[in-house]
Design a protein around this ligand. Structure first.
Ligand code: DPN
Ligand code: ZN
Ligand code: CA
Length: 437
């Protein structure tokens, strides 16, 4: 739909930024500092996986109902956060298995950073460390990408694999079924399998060369630990998890691991604490791999390390960014606007104009939010969905390639229902430009 400012009826109340001198400024590129990943959120996902297992025969194994129910939980969370998700099915051992793949909109489609965790458990138990931990940590990092409106240079993709415990079946199926052109776009793969072992080691693995033009996967994975002064050990896990299929295709891989059935050495207990001569995970592949089989500190550090690695590797977006940080009140039943003046950009806006919004409001179902191009063309990014959920915080990608970039853009927010009110806290325009494929 095309609507212009001029077409707004005289009855429309325009308040806020229109009465304030435009103050948009060209802002520096978004910072590369990864957010802290709240351990409580990761634990909430682990609790969900435990509950789902309890309600489905005690596990999340391939071909069992707990697997699909767990996948549905993760997919629901990702969809609500703005991911494009798809479920890929395959057959193994006479049962249908599923991979969940989630793409974060935006980024260079020819430079993909993929991260994955296997979601299946063994049939002996609920597999909360193996691999509810990696699955939950990775989910929470993906949600943090959305919460912070991260718009990196690389395209981010996440995978939750099925049937790892039967021999890396799901991840191998995914890699083998990618057209070779698609496979060539994946420039790195990070694997997270067992990140909450109760007697934890802090292991990093990496293989198959390194992506060009960025820090190595190994250094990225070590980054958080260097920052907090916890030593890591570089280890080799061979083909024991889902990075193997990617490595076989020549894709650089790396991962984090807190240890499985191996025994912690005296030297490791010295530097990391815990018990020497005892397995990193005594409940590995056993029924006791429950919610009690998780070390919270290890899970917290590892989740932060996942975020640090992804943020460090994903890179700063190309193209200038503009923002308007001035608060604009959204009175009840009012329409308000906040301007951003784009200058110094030649030609048209990109097909991936990233619109960051931070609108605080007590009822998002009240709100209609449009981005208005300098000529008044409206691009709707929110139309009264979300019901009683509060706040609209995130990044929306708008195809603005038919708009001249320079000029005054506006975020228009209409409160269409009585009672709840709010504020435009901040909004931004990131003009992303990627090489043609
Ligand atoms: N992937 C786990 C398993 O198959 O049981 C264990 C594991 C994870 C081993 C990571 C090595 C590295
Ligand atoms: Zn396992
Ligand atoms: Ca209202």
């Amino acid at each position: 739909m095309r609507a212009t400012l001029a077409s707004l009826g005289a009855a429309t109340l325009l308040t806020g930024a229109l009465l304030i001198a435009p103050t948009a400024t060209a802002a520096p590129p978004a910072t590369l500092a990864a957010p802290d990943i709240p351990i409580a959120n990761v634990q909430a996902h682990l609790n969900q996986l435990q509950t789902i297992a309890n309600n489905n025969g005690g596990n999340r194994a391939h071909g069992r109902p707990g697997y699909r129910a767990s996948l549905d939980y993760i997919q629901g969370r990702l969809n609500a956060a703005g991911y494009t998700t798809s479920v890929q099915s395959f057959t193994s051992n006479g049962a249908t298995g599923f991979n969940l793949v989630a793409d974060w909109p935006g980024g260079d489609p020819n430079d993909i950073l993929m991260s994955g965790s296997h979601l299946d458990s063994v049939s002996a138990g609920p597999g909360i460390n193996d691999n509810g931990s990696g699955s939950s940590g990775l989910l929470e990092v993906a949600l943090a990408v959305s919460r912070t409106g991260f718009q990196p240079r690389k395209h981010l993709r996440f995978g939750w694999w099925g049937a790892e415990e039967l021999g890396l079946i799901g991840s191998t199926f995914y890699v083998n079924n990618l057209p070779s052109t698609e496979r060539a776009r994946i420039k790195g793969y990070l694997n997270f399998d067992m990140i909450g072992s109760p007697n934890p080691g802090y292991f990093v693995y990496s293989a198959s060369g390194q992506p060009a033009g960025s820090i190595t996967l190994q250094r990225a994975l070590e980054g958080h630990f260097a920052g907090i002064g916890v030593p890591t050990e570089l280890t080799s896990v061979g083909g024991r998890s889902d990075h193997a299929a990617f490595a076989r295709s020549g894709i650089p891989v790396g991962g984090l691991f807190t240890g499985a059935e191996g025994l912690k050495t005296a030297a490791q207990a010295q530097k990391w604490g815990g018990s020497s001569g005892v397995a990193y995970d005594r409940c590995y592949h056993r029924s006791c791999d429950t919610i009690s089989n998780i070390d919270a500190t290890a899970t917290d550090r590892m989740s932060d390390a996942i975020a640090t690695a992804i943020w460090a590797l994903a890179g700063t977006p190309p193209g200038p960014r503009f923002e308007n940080p001035n608060d604009v009140a959204i009175p009840d039943l009012a329409t308000v606007e906040s301007p951003i003046t784009v200058t110094g950009v030649s030609g048209n806006a990109p097909a991936t104009l990233a619109v960051g919004v931070d609108i605080r409001h007590t009822y998002q179902g009240d709100l209609v939010v449009d981005v208005l191009a300098p000529d008044g063309t409206a691009y709707n990014i929110h139309n009264r969905t979300g019901g009683s959920a509060d706040n609209i915080v995130g990044t929306f990608t708008v195809n603005a390639s038919s708009e001249v970039a320079n000029g005054t853009w506006r975020l228009r927010v209409r409160d269409a229902a009585a009672q709840d009110v709010g504020t435009i806290n901040l909004w931004s325009l990131q003009l992303l430009s990627f090489r043609a494929s």
